[in-house]
Design a protein around this ligand. Structure first.
Ligand SMILES: C[S@@+](CC[C@H](N)C(=O)[O-])C[C@H]1O[C@@H](n2cnc3c(N)ncnc32)[C@H](O)[C@@H]1O
Length: 243
């Protein structure tokens, strides 16, 4: 939303978002990967106010964007693609749509997709909240992946955490009944928050009687997970079925 500031200049009013608006300058290697592979794997979107927004009137035909109809996986915040690229390769029967705000990270993903010749991924450089809202049809997602979302561990920053009741409502609306939402975090209090939101959500049921999922073997250890392990933190996996 735009509104005039006290000097009468128009500025963008920022909502609370789950990411830091950092300088997104790419290094030469990332620029090279972006230029070489952008057309093949990036799904370009028209922007609204910011460079991670999506024009809310935009529509896309995902089957056309992927070049085929297939069950849909959405990954939120894949970072450098440490898990996205090998997991997409292991799920070649699925179309994998990834939302990542940080352009240098997207460039790293593109380099890996190209070198490993992974065809079934499209990356949108945008806020996943806007991406799910605008690009993803209702009841269309078979699997939702969200691994090591930014923990915002200071109490005053908890409002920036992506997983909230509102976000769970959005996810539920986009997932197919029977779809699977898999999450992981190395921050115990965020894991507890995820449980509190999702265990109490009428449209999700926890797949595991004791609450936590066993570590999913198919999920490669990313640098964020490794950092948590080295710091002595427990890794929490969670798995929910959309009712
Ligand atoms: C801590 S990193 C984890 C990356 C990756 N999942 C892994 O395990 O290596 C979190 C990532 O989520 C991205 N992110 C945070 N909020 C996001 C949002 N609303 N939409 C898209 N990406 C987001 C950040 O830019 C960052 O790359």
């Amino acid at each position: 939303m735009t509104q005039p500031d006290h000097r009468g200049r128009t500025r963008v009013r920022r909502e609370v978002v789950s990411f830091v608006r950092r300088s997104a300058r790419m290094n030469p290697q990332q620029s090279k990967a972006w230029n070489a592979h952008h057309d093949r794997w990036v799904l370009d979107v028209p922007r609204a106010e910011t460079d991670t927004s999506i024009d809310p009137t935009y529509t896309v035909d995902l089957a056309e964007a992927f070049g085929r109809s297939a069950p849909l996986i959405v990954e939120i915040g894949p970072g450098m693609g440490d898990s996205l690229v090998p997991m997409a390769r292991a799920h070649s029967d699925f179309n994998v749509l990834a939302f990542e705000v940080f352009q240098p990270a997207v460039a790293r993903i593109l380099g890996r997709l190209a070198s490993e010749a992974v065809q079934n991924v499209r990356v949108v450089q945008a806020d996943a909240v806007e991406g799910l809202t605008t690009l993803v049809p209702q009841s269309s997602v078979d699997r939702l992946w969200m691994f090591f979302p930014d923990p915002w561990h200071k109490l005053r920053h908890h409002k920036r955490r992506l997983l909230s009741p509102e976000f769970a409502d959005l996810a539920a609306s986009r997932m197919k009944p029977g779809g699977l939402w898999q999450l992981a975090t190395d921050w115990a209090d965020y894991a507890t928050q995820m449980r509190a939101v999702l265990d109490n959500h009428e449209l999700f049921s926890n797949c595991h009687a004791d609450g936590w999922a066993p570590r999913w073997e198919g999920r490669p250890v990313t640098r964020f997970e490794q950092r948590g392990i080295e710091a002595g933190r427990r890794i929490f996996d969670l798995s929910y079925r959309r009712r």
